[in-house]
Design a protein around this ligand. Structure first.
Ligand code: NAD
Length: 462
């Protein structure tokens, strides 16, 4: 086995790892990045954010031409579904983007190793696979991400009973898809297959969907998803799922079992550190499998850092990217920081749900005095013109200082609109600051301004 030397080695080429590697190379560090998959980009690019968004886009178009254009005065003829072509488009997008990362590695002179990485002691990583090499590096960043969590009793076969990866490639539209878990994955992929014609039942343990999301927004989301024909079984704990003939049966505590021809397990994800050799450097994961780190992403072992889904916090690609950049900037310059209070979350359903900062429930629980401004998209002229009138923007600001503490929205393009709220919060803006900013007319962004005005009871179009 050959031996190589680098300043920094990043284990994992997902959004956290590959971005950290590129930034480190920009900062002059001789950087390597290891991934066991031939394609770079991690879960997000290969089997997560990107392919799911490709399918969400295609299925939305399909659904739209099925009667959704009538209000625009557009009559469509017979509409057909070529699922194979839809899946091929998704795969091409993934390939183009993962190839793009390989190109960025070349451009930035990041050395890429393909194989499973194992830390064997301080400053040493062994790679086994397509490349077989021992790497010596002063700094090692663990960016190995997460894998789907499982439920005892659910017999996964990665076919009829599978996780999100399986649900991105069903070869036919299921007649009845049972989704276990009403989080981001369950709702996004449930929406895809619902739009393509499946009957979709989402079974959720809690009495609400989208745990952690502001409850008012989650309630509205559930109402809208129901209108789209998605069925919800709440307060329902799935205890088992198993193959039954060509399909499957899902057992729910205290309720009738559900028959399905496909089951999607979407009950969360867990950090992935299997076989990484963290024990060889004395690093122990916590009770949830996460690697403990300090503010600079350093583990208890000198020279070993961890970022992204393997550490605490929301399992989101953009959170991992920020941490990757801050981690290497701190290594190279002594500075580097992530504002964890302003990390947005977006659920790419129709309408989109986007949120940043504290929820109303969290403010109540903390006893923080706040004022609330809500503006409905139905009163926004652009939303009317687009025929996308569902949803609202809600801004929560401190009662005395008016500082914006949380912004939550559901509505068309919320994933883009939340950017303004994130920037405002990152700069410590008040609701009045947002209200005083000129917003182009007619745009959906005016709903954000109006919600800010509504905090002070002076929205114009409400
Ligand atoms: P999640 O944690 O968001 O939701 C899982 C749901 O499953 C919860 O509501 C939970 O109550 C429910 N559940 C757990 N056990 C159950 C049981 N026995 N019976 C019924 N319900 C049960 O997890 P997810 O949707 O799988 O997503 C995983 C991770 O991936 C999350 O961290 C999410 O943020 C991330 N993700 C993000 C996006 C995005 O940013 N758009 C998209 C997909 C995934």
């Amino acid at each position: 086995m050959s031996e190589k030397q680098h300043d920094l080695v990043v284990i994992g080429a997902g959004p956290g790892g590959y971005v950290a590697a590129i930034r480190a190379a920009q900062l002059g560090l001789d950087t390597a990045c290891i991934d066991k998959e031939p394609r770079l980009g991690g879960t997000c690019l290969r089997v997560g954010c990107i392919p799911s968004k490709a399918l969400l886009q295609s299925s939305e178009k399909y659904h739209e031409v099925h009667g959704g254009l009538d209000a625009h005065g557009i009559k469509t003829g017979e509409v057909g579904l070529d699922l194979e072509a839809m899946l091929a488009r998704k795969t091409k997008i993934v390939h183009d983007l993962t190839d793009g990362i390989a190109g960025l590695f070349k451009k930035n002179k990041v050395t890429r190793y393909e194989g499973s990485a194992r830390i064997t002691g301080p400053g040493t990583v062994v790679v086994e696979g397509a490349d077989n090499v021992t790497i010596k590096a002063k700094h090692i960043i663990v960016a190995t991400g997460s894998v789907p969590a499982s439920l005892p009793g659910v017999e996964m076969d990665d076919d009829v009973i599978g996780d999100s990866t399986t649900a991105l490639s069903y070869p036919t539209v299921p007649e009845h898809l049972v989704v276990i878990g009403a989080g981001y994955i369950g709702l996004e992929l449930g929406s895809v297959w619902r739009r393509l014609g499946a009957q979709v039942t989402v079974v959720e343990y809690l009495d609400r969907i989208l745990p952690g999301t502001d409850a008012e927004i989650a309630r509205e989301a559930q109402k809208l998803f129901k209108r789209q024909g998605i069925k919800f079984v709440l307060k329902a704990r799935v205890t088992a799922a198993r193959r039954d003939g060509d399909g499957a049966v899902v057992e729910i505590e205290g309720k009738d079992p559900l028959k399905a021809d496909r089951v999607l397990m979407a009950v969360g994800r867990k950090p992935f550190t299997d076989g990484l050799g963290l024990d060889t450097v004395g690093v122990a994961a916590d009770e949830r499998g996460r690697i403990p780190v300090n503010d600079h992403f350093m583990t208890s072992a000198e020279g070993i850092y961890a970022i992204g889904d393997v550490i605490a916090g929301p399992m989101l690609a953009h959170k991992a990217e920020e941490e990757g950049v801050a981690c290497v900037e701190h290594i190279a310059t002594g500075w580097g920081h992530v504002d964890h209070a302003t990390i947005p979350g977006v659920c790419y359903t129709d309408p989109e749900i986007a949120t940043v900062g504290l929820t109303e429930e969290q403010l109540k629980e903390a006893g923080t005095p706040y004022r609330k401004g809500v503006f409905f998209f139905r009163a926004n002229s652009r939303a009317r013109a687009m025929d996308k009138i569902d949803g609202r923007v809600k801004i929560l600001a401190h009662e005395e200082t008016d500082r914006v503490l949380g912004v939550h929205m559901i509505g068309a393009d919320s994933g883009h609109l939340i950017g303004e709220a994130v920037a405002a919060m990152a700069f410590g803006a008040s609701s009045e600051d947002i209200a005083r900013v000129c917003h182009a007319h007619p745009t959906l962004s005016e709903a954000v301004k109006e919600a800010a005005l509504a905090v002070d009871g002076r929205a114009i179009h409400a």
